[in-house]
Design a protein around this ligand. Structure first.
Ligand code: NAP
Length: 286
Protein backbone atom coordinates (compact mmCIF):
# COMPACT_ATOMS: atom_id res chain seq x y z
CA UNK A 1 0.00 0.00 0.00
CA UNK A 2 1.17 3.50 -0.80
CA UNK A 3 -0.44 6.48 0.90
CA UNK A 4 -1.57 9.51 -1.11
CA UNK A 5 -0.58 12.28 1.29
CA UNK A 6 -3.43 14.79 0.94
CA UNK A 7 -2.09 16.88 3.79
CA UNK A 8 1.30 17.49 2.19
CA UNK A 9 -0.11 18.08 -1.29
CA UNK A 10 -2.66 20.45 0.20
CA UNK A 11 -0.02 22.36 2.22
CA UNK A 12 2.11 22.83 -0.90
CA UNK A 13 -0.91 24.16 -2.77
CA UNK A 14 -1.84 26.51 0.10
CA UNK A 15 1.68 27.94 0.02
CA UNK A 16 1.28 28.69 -3.72
CA UNK A 17 -2.08 30.40 -3.05
CA UNK A 18 -0.50 32.45 -0.24
CA UNK A 19 2.29 33.60 -2.58
CA UNK A 20 -0.23 34.64 -5.25
CA UNK A 21 -2.29 36.62 -2.71
CA UNK A 22 0.88 38.26 -1.29
CA UNK A 23 1.75 39.46 -4.80
CA UNK A 24 -1.78 40.77 -5.41
CA UNK A 25 -1.72 42.67 -2.09
CA UNK A 26 1.66 44.25 -2.86
CA UNK A 27 0.47 45.35 -6.32
CA UNK A 28 -3.11 46.44 -5.60
CA UNK A 29 -3.43 46.72 -1.80
CA UNK A 30 -6.49 44.47 -2.14
CA UNK A 31 -7.08 40.98 -0.77
CA UNK A 32 -9.84 38.42 -1.39
CA UNK A 33 -12.63 38.12 1.20
CA UNK A 34 -14.66 35.05 2.17
CA UNK A 35 -17.94 35.20 4.10
CA UNK A 36 -18.91 32.02 5.96
CA UNK A 37 -22.43 31.39 7.25
CA UNK A 38 -23.17 28.86 9.95
CA UNK A 39 -26.78 28.27 10.97
CA UNK A 40 -27.08 26.81 14.47
CA UNK A 41 -24.31 25.29 16.59
CA UNK A 42 -23.62 21.81 15.19
CA UNK A 43 -20.21 20.92 16.65
CA UNK A 44 -18.86 19.20 13.50
CA UNK A 45 -19.94 22.16 11.32
CA UNK A 46 -18.35 24.55 13.82
CA UNK A 47 -15.04 22.66 13.55
CA UNK A 48 -15.18 22.74 9.74
CA UNK A 49 -15.83 26.50 9.76
CA UNK A 50 -12.97 27.09 12.22
CA UNK A 51 -10.54 25.17 10.03
CA UNK A 52 -11.69 27.13 6.95
CA UNK A 53 -11.26 30.49 8.73
CA UNK A 54 -7.81 29.44 10.00
CA UNK A 55 -6.77 28.41 6.46
CA UNK A 56 -8.02 31.79 5.13
CA UNK A 57 -5.83 33.55 7.72
CA UNK A 58 -2.78 31.57 6.60
CA UNK A 59 -3.10 32.47 2.89
CA UNK A 60 -4.19 36.07 3.50
CA UNK A 61 -7.93 35.86 2.72
CA UNK A 62 -10.07 38.14 4.91
CA UNK A 63 -12.84 36.25 6.74
CA UNK A 64 -16.32 37.54 7.54
CA UNK A 65 -18.06 34.99 9.73
CA UNK A 66 -21.83 35.03 10.45
CA UNK A 67 -23.40 32.62 12.92
CA UNK A 68 -27.20 32.67 12.60
CA UNK A 69 -29.26 31.16 15.39
CA UNK A 70 -30.74 27.68 14.95
CA UNK A 71 -34.23 29.19 14.79
CA UNK A 72 -33.40 31.44 11.82
CA UNK A 73 -35.90 31.25 8.98
CA UNK A 74 -35.10 30.68 5.34
CA UNK A 75 -35.90 34.38 4.79
CA UNK A 76 -33.25 35.36 7.40
CA UNK A 77 -30.63 33.27 5.58
CA UNK A 78 -31.55 34.65 2.16
CA UNK A 79 -31.52 38.25 3.48
CA UNK A 80 -28.03 37.77 4.91
CA UNK A 81 -26.85 36.28 1.60
CA UNK A 82 -28.33 39.22 -0.31
CA UNK A 83 -26.46 41.68 1.93
CA UNK A 84 -23.22 39.77 1.38
CA UNK A 85 -23.86 39.70 -2.40
CA UNK A 86 -23.73 43.51 -2.33
CA UNK A 87 -20.64 43.78 -0.11
CA UNK A 88 -17.63 44.60 -2.35
CA UNK A 89 -15.20 43.24 0.28
CA UNK A 90 -16.81 39.79 0.00
CA UNK A 91 -15.67 37.76 -3.02
CA UNK A 92 -16.94 34.39 -1.87
CA UNK A 93 -19.94 33.22 0.17
CA UNK A 94 -19.98 29.81 1.83
CA UNK A 95 -23.15 28.49 3.44
CA UNK A 96 -22.04 25.63 5.72
CA UNK A 97 -24.17 22.53 5.06
CA UNK A 98 -26.24 20.92 6.36
CA UNK A 99 -28.52 23.64 7.70
CA UNK A 100 -30.91 22.66 10.51
CA UNK A 101 -34.68 22.26 10.49
CA UNK A 102 -35.33 21.01 6.95
CA UNK A 103 -35.04 24.34 5.16
CA UNK A 104 -34.89 24.34 1.37
CA UNK A 105 -31.09 24.31 0.99
CA UNK A 106 -31.17 24.79 -2.77
CA UNK A 107 -33.34 27.93 -2.46
CA UNK A 108 -30.74 29.40 -0.08
CA UNK A 109 -27.90 28.48 -2.46
CA UNK A 110 -29.81 29.99 -5.39
CA UNK A 111 -29.75 33.34 -3.56
CA UNK A 112 -25.93 33.45 -3.72
CA UNK A 113 -24.52 35.59 -6.54
CA UNK A 114 -23.09 32.91 -8.93
CA UNK A 115 -19.85 34.94 -9.13
CA UNK A 116 -19.47 34.55 -5.33
CA UNK A 117 -20.57 30.90 -5.22
CA UNK A 118 -17.28 29.39 -3.96
CA UNK A 119 -18.96 26.06 -3.19
CA UNK A 120 -19.95 25.76 -6.88
CA UNK A 121 -23.47 24.61 -6.05
CA UNK A 122 -25.49 27.36 -7.79
CA UNK A 123 -27.31 26.04 -10.90
CA UNK A 124 -25.42 28.59 -13.04
CA UNK A 125 -22.04 27.11 -12.05
CA UNK A 126 -23.33 23.53 -12.19
CA UNK A 127 -24.48 24.30 -15.75
CA UNK A 128 -21.09 25.74 -16.72
CA UNK A 129 -19.36 22.64 -15.38
CA UNK A 130 -21.69 20.30 -17.25
CA UNK A 131 -21.22 22.23 -20.51
CA UNK A 132 -17.41 22.27 -20.29
CA UNK A 133 -15.73 20.14 -22.92
CA UNK A 134 -12.49 19.46 -21.10
CA UNK A 135 -10.40 20.17 -18.01
CA UNK A 136 -8.43 23.02 -19.63
CA UNK A 137 -11.67 24.84 -20.36
CA UNK A 138 -12.72 24.47 -16.70
CA UNK A 139 -9.37 25.85 -15.47
CA UNK A 140 -9.01 28.63 -18.04
CA UNK A 141 -12.58 29.89 -17.56
CA UNK A 142 -12.11 29.79 -13.75
CA UNK A 143 -15.36 27.87 -13.35
CA UNK A 144 -16.40 27.61 -9.69
CA UNK A 145 -16.60 23.85 -9.09
CA UNK A 146 -17.56 22.14 -5.78
CA UNK A 147 -14.48 21.95 -3.56
CA UNK A 148 -14.35 18.24 -2.71
CA UNK A 149 -14.60 16.92 -6.30
CA UNK A 150 -12.13 19.46 -7.70
CA UNK A 151 -9.85 18.69 -4.75
CA UNK A 152 -9.91 15.00 -5.70
CA UNK A 153 -9.00 15.78 -9.33
CA UNK A 154 -6.10 17.96 -8.16
CA UNK A 155 -5.00 15.26 -5.70
CA UNK A 156 -4.86 12.74 -8.57
CA UNK A 157 -3.02 15.15 -10.88
CA UNK A 158 -0.52 16.19 -8.22
CA UNK A 159 0.14 12.52 -7.32
CA UNK A 160 0.88 11.81 -11.02
CA UNK A 161 -2.04 9.37 -11.22
CA UNK A 162 -3.26 9.27 -14.82
CA UNK A 163 -7.03 9.55 -15.24
CA UNK A 164 -7.14 9.83 -19.04
CA UNK A 165 -8.41 6.56 -20.53
CA UNK A 166 -8.89 4.92 -17.13
CA UNK A 167 -12.08 3.32 -15.81
CA UNK A 168 -13.14 5.20 -12.68
CA UNK A 169 -16.03 4.12 -10.47
CA UNK A 170 -17.63 6.82 -8.32
CA UNK A 171 -19.77 5.39 -5.50
CA UNK A 172 -22.29 8.01 -4.34
CA UNK A 173 -24.28 10.45 -6.52
CA UNK A 174 -24.78 13.49 -4.31
CA UNK A 175 -24.87 17.01 -5.77
CA UNK A 176 -21.98 17.90 -3.45
CA UNK A 177 -19.56 15.11 -4.39
CA UNK A 178 -20.52 12.28 -6.77
CA UNK A 179 -22.31 14.13 -9.59
CA UNK A 180 -19.85 17.01 -10.07
CA UNK A 181 -16.96 14.56 -9.67
CA UNK A 182 -18.28 12.44 -12.53
CA UNK A 183 -18.39 15.56 -14.75
CA UNK A 184 -14.81 16.47 -13.81
CA UNK A 185 -13.64 12.92 -14.51
CA UNK A 186 -15.33 12.96 -17.94
CA UNK A 187 -13.62 16.28 -18.65
CA UNK A 188 -10.36 14.46 -17.82
CA UNK A 189 -11.19 11.69 -20.35
CA UNK A 190 -11.98 8.97 -17.81
CA UNK A 191 -14.61 6.33 -18.49
CA UNK A 192 -16.93 6.84 -15.55
CA UNK A 193 -19.17 4.35 -13.76
CA UNK A 194 -21.64 6.06 -11.40
CA UNK A 195 -22.78 3.77 -8.58
CA UNK A 196 -25.38 4.36 -5.87
CA UNK A 197 -27.58 2.50 -3.41
CA UNK A 198 -29.54 0.75 -6.19
CA UNK A 199 -26.46 -0.49 -8.06
CA UNK A 200 -26.25 -4.27 -8.41
CA UNK A 201 -23.04 -6.33 -8.21
CA UNK A 202 -21.10 -3.41 -6.79
CA UNK A 203 -18.10 -5.52 -5.71
CA UNK A 204 -17.62 -6.91 -9.24
CA UNK A 205 -18.09 -3.49 -10.87
CA UNK A 206 -15.62 -2.01 -8.45
CA UNK A 207 -12.95 -4.60 -9.16
CA UNK A 208 -13.34 -3.89 -12.90
CA UNK A 209 -12.21 -0.28 -12.40
CA UNK A 210 -8.73 1.24 -12.26
CA UNK A 211 -9.70 3.90 -9.75
CA UNK A 212 -12.43 3.72 -7.09
CA UNK A 213 -13.73 6.86 -5.43
CA UNK A 214 -16.13 6.25 -2.55
CA UNK A 215 -18.42 8.92 -1.08
CA UNK A 216 -21.14 7.00 0.72
CA UNK A 217 -20.83 7.98 4.39
CA UNK A 218 -20.73 4.46 5.86
CA UNK A 219 -17.68 3.37 7.81
CA UNK A 220 -15.82 0.27 6.54
CA UNK A 221 -18.24 0.04 3.57
CA UNK A 222 -15.46 -0.90 1.14
CA UNK A 223 -13.64 -4.07 2.12
CA UNK A 224 -11.23 -6.45 0.39
CA UNK A 225 -14.00 -7.84 -1.86
CA UNK A 226 -14.22 -4.52 -3.74
CA UNK A 227 -10.51 -4.00 -4.29
CA UNK A 228 -7.83 -5.64 -6.44
CA UNK A 229 -4.08 -5.08 -6.55
CA UNK A 230 -2.99 -2.15 -8.71
CA UNK A 231 -6.01 0.03 -7.91
CA UNK A 232 -6.13 3.63 -6.73
CA UNK A 233 -8.60 4.12 -3.86
CA UNK A 234 -9.89 7.58 -2.95
CA UNK A 235 -11.82 7.60 0.31
CA UNK A 236 -14.08 10.65 0.64
CA UNK A 237 -16.11 9.44 3.63
CA UNK A 238 -15.89 11.11 7.01
CA UNK A 239 -17.54 8.98 9.69
CA UNK A 240 -17.43 9.64 13.42
CA UNK A 241 -17.29 6.31 15.24
CA UNK A 242 -16.50 5.19 18.79
CA UNK A 243 -12.93 4.53 17.53
CA UNK A 244 -12.61 8.07 16.15
CA UNK A 245 -12.76 9.49 12.63
CA UNK A 246 -12.71 7.00 9.75
CA UNK A 247 -13.50 6.85 6.06
CA UNK A 248 -15.74 4.59 3.97
CA UNK A 249 -12.91 2.11 3.34
CA UNK A 250 -11.98 -0.58 5.84
CA UNK A 251 -8.39 0.63 5.88
CA UNK A 252 -6.98 -2.23 7.97
CA UNK A 253 -8.54 -4.84 5.65
CA UNK A 254 -6.87 -3.43 2.50
CA UNK A 255 -3.64 -1.96 3.85
CA UNK A 256 -1.50 -4.96 2.84
CA UNK A 257 -2.70 -4.88 -0.78
CA UNK A 258 -0.72 -3.35 -3.65
CA UNK A 259 -2.83 -0.17 -3.90
CA UNK A 260 -2.52 3.60 -3.64
CA UNK A 261 -4.98 5.03 -1.11
CA UNK A 262 -5.94 8.30 0.61
CA UNK A 263 -6.03 8.07 4.43
CA UNK A 264 -8.83 9.46 6.60
CA UNK A 265 -8.02 11.91 8.08
CA UNK A 266 -5.29 13.48 5.96
CA UNK A 267 -6.51 12.62 2.45
CA UNK A 268 -9.40 14.35 0.69
CA UNK A 269 -10.42 16.56 3.66
CA UNK A 270 -7.46 19.00 3.60
CA UNK A 271 -7.78 19.34 -0.21
CA UNK A 272 -11.44 20.36 0.19
CA UNK A 273 -10.43 23.32 2.36
CA UNK A 274 -7.57 24.22 -0.01
CA UNK A 275 -9.97 24.28 -2.97
CA UNK A 276 -12.22 26.66 -1.04
CA UNK A 277 -9.25 29.03 -0.78
CA UNK A 278 -8.52 28.56 -4.47
CA UNK A 279 -12.16 29.18 -5.43
CA UNK A 280 -12.19 32.36 -3.33
CA UNK A 281 -9.08 33.57 -5.15
CA UNK A 282 -10.72 32.65 -8.49
CA UNK A 283 -13.88 34.59 -7.54
CA UNK A 284 -11.73 37.60 -6.55
CA UNK A 285 -9.84 37.49 -9.87
CA UNK A 286 -13.10 37.18 -11.84
P1 NAP B 1 -24.94 11.80 0.70
O1 NAP B 1 -25.55 13.02 0.11
O2 NAP B 1 -25.54 11.16 1.89
O3 NAP B 1 -24.83 10.70 -0.47
C1 NAP B 1 -24.45 9.39 -0.19
C2 NAP B 1 -24.48 8.61 -1.47
O4 NAP B 1 -24.10 7.28 -1.15
C3 NAP B 1 -25.85 8.55 -2.13
O5 NAP B 1 -25.75 8.81 -3.51
C4 NAP B 1 -26.31 7.11 -1.88
O6 NAP B 1 -27.07 6.54 -2.94
C5 NAP B 1 -24.97 6.39 -1.81
N1 NAP B 1 -25.12 5.14 -1.06
C6 NAP B 1 -25.67 4.96 0.17
N2 NAP B 1 -25.67 3.66 0.51
C7 NAP B 1 -25.09 3.00 -0.54
C8 NAP B 1 -24.83 1.63 -0.80
N3 NAP B 1 -25.14 0.68 0.06
N4 NAP B 1 -24.23 1.34 -1.99
C9 NAP B 1 -23.90 2.28 -2.87
N5 NAP B 1 -24.15 3.59 -2.68
C10 NAP B 1 -24.75 3.96 -1.53
O7 NAP B 1 -23.41 12.06 1.10
P2 NAP B 1 -22.29 13.09 0.55
O8 NAP B 1 -22.63 14.47 0.96
O9 NAP B 1 -21.97 12.81 -0.86
O10 NAP B 1 -21.06 12.61 1.46
C11 NAP B 1 -20.59 11.27 1.43
C12 NAP B 1 -19.52 11.11 2.46
O11 NAP B 1 -18.43 11.97 2.13
C13 NAP B 1 -19.92 11.48 3.89
O12 NAP B 1 -19.23 10.65 4.79
C14 NAP B 1 -19.42 12.90 4.04
O13 NAP B 1 -19.15 13.24 5.39
C15 NAP B 1 -18.16 12.82 3.25
N6 NAP B 1 -17.70 14.11 2.72
C16 NAP B 1 -16.39 14.37 2.89
C17 NAP B 1 -15.87 15.54 2.40
C18 NAP B 1 -14.41 15.80 2.57
O14 NAP B 1 -13.98 16.91 2.44
N7 NAP B 1 -13.60 14.77 2.83
C19 NAP B 1 -16.70 16.46 1.76
C20 NAP B 1 -18.04 16.14 1.54
C21 NAP B 1 -18.53 14.95 2.04
P3 NAP B 1 -28.59 7.02 -3.29
O15 NAP B 1 -28.41 8.31 -4.05
O16 NAP B 1 -29.10 5.92 -4.12
O17 NAP B 1 -29.29 7.21 -1.98
Amino acid sequence: MKLIDGKKISNDRRFEIKEKIDKIRQKTEKIPGLATILVGHDSASQLYIESKIKACGYVGIKSFHHNLSEGSSQKDIVELIETLNKNPEVDGILLQLPIPNNKDVQKCINAIDPLKDVDGLHPFNTGLLNLSKNWNEIVENKILVPCTPVGIINLLHMSNIVVDGKVVIVIGRSNLVGKPLSMLLLANNATVIMAHSKTKNLEKLCRSADIVIVAVGKSKFINKEFIRDGMVVIDVGINRTADGLCGDVDFDAVKDMDIKITPVPGGVGPMTVTMLLENTLKAFLK
